[in-house]
Design a protein around this ligand. Sequence first.
Ligand SMILES: [Zn+2]
Length: 354
Amino acid sequence: MSKSPKLPISQVLLEAHQSRIEPLIDRFAREQKIHSTLLFTGIDGVGKKSMVLHLLHALFCDESVFANNEESGNGKTGQAPCGKCKSCKRAAMDQWLDLYWFEPESNDEERLGTHKIEAFRELKTKLGMGATEEPFKVVVIADADRMTIPAANSILKMLEEPPRNWIFILTAADSSRLLPTILSRCLEIRMQPLAEKQIYEILKESKGLEFQAKRAEVAARAGMGSIRRAQLFQDEETWKLREQLLGLLSNPAQEWMKVVEGMSASQRSMILGFDLLESIFHDLMMNNVSGSHPWIHQDQKEFLKQWSEAKRLQPAQIESILSRIAENRRFATLTLNSKLLAQQTLIPLLESIL
Ligand SMILES: [Zn+2]
C-alpha cells in the first residue's frame, strides 16, 4: 500500500517532536500495552506521518519490549529503534510485513482525495489474522479526516471490537471532521507547529547542494509551522509566481495578464497564488500595526514598504484586500473558471492601488 514518508526521518523533525513521542513510547513500554487506537493531530505538513513511522519503527524493533524475542526489552523504556536488528533493517528498506497503510485516493491528481469504503473491504477480510513477524498488526489511516461516511462507519466497526494485537493509527489535520464515535476511542497525540528555525534546518537538510539560503528563510517563515507549506514556498514555481505578483504591484498594466495566467494555470498555482497574496498583504498589515515584526518577505521589505507608502495604502484597504483573498480562497479547489476567480481576487487589489 502506498506510504508517503520513508525512513530515515529527519533528525531535526525527530528532535522537534521528541517531547510528544518519547513519553508515549515510554508509557507503552511501562504498561506493556499499546492503546489500540491512536490519533496524531496537528496542522498539515507538521510531520504527523513521519512520526507515526518513527513510532512503528521503535515498536517493531527487536529490542523493544514488545518484540516476540524473549531476550528483548531488558526493562528498557522509551528507546529509539536500534537500527541493526532484522525488523529495523526491513523498515529501512521500506518492507513492512505487518503494516497496512492507507492514503486518501484521488481520481483527479489535482484534487485532494478521500478514503472510500472499497479500500477498507480487503482489510476486513484480514481482521482475524494475527501478525506474521512483528508483535502486532498495524493499520495506519493517513488523513483520516478525509474518510467518506461509509468508510468511516466501516472503520468504526473495526475500532469497536479491535482484533487482538491490532493497532489502528489515524492522522488528521482537522479532528473535528472525524465521527465523534471514532474520536472518543482515540488516544490523541497533538503535534505542535514547527518553529521557523526547525523548518529552515529541515529545508537545508533535504535540499543538499541545491539549498538556497535566502529562499529558505522566506519559505521557513511563510511555512507558519508546516514543512509542506514551506517546501511549497521554496519551489521554483512559487518563486516565479511571487516575482509576477510583485511585478503586478509596480506595473499593473503590463503584468496583469501574466499574473492571471500564472495563477490560473493549475489548481496548485491558484492555491499558491492565494498563499502568496495573503503573505504579502499580511506583511503590509503587520507593518502598519507594529514596525518591528518579522517579515515573511524579508528580502522584499524595502520594496513593499516603499510601495505601500507611495500608494498611501490604508489599514482598512489592506484589511479589505485580505478578506477578499480569504473569501475567494474557498473557491480555489472548487472553481471551474479559474481565470475568473483570479481576476475577481486581483481586481479589488488593483482598484485600491490605482
Ligand atoms: Zn531494531
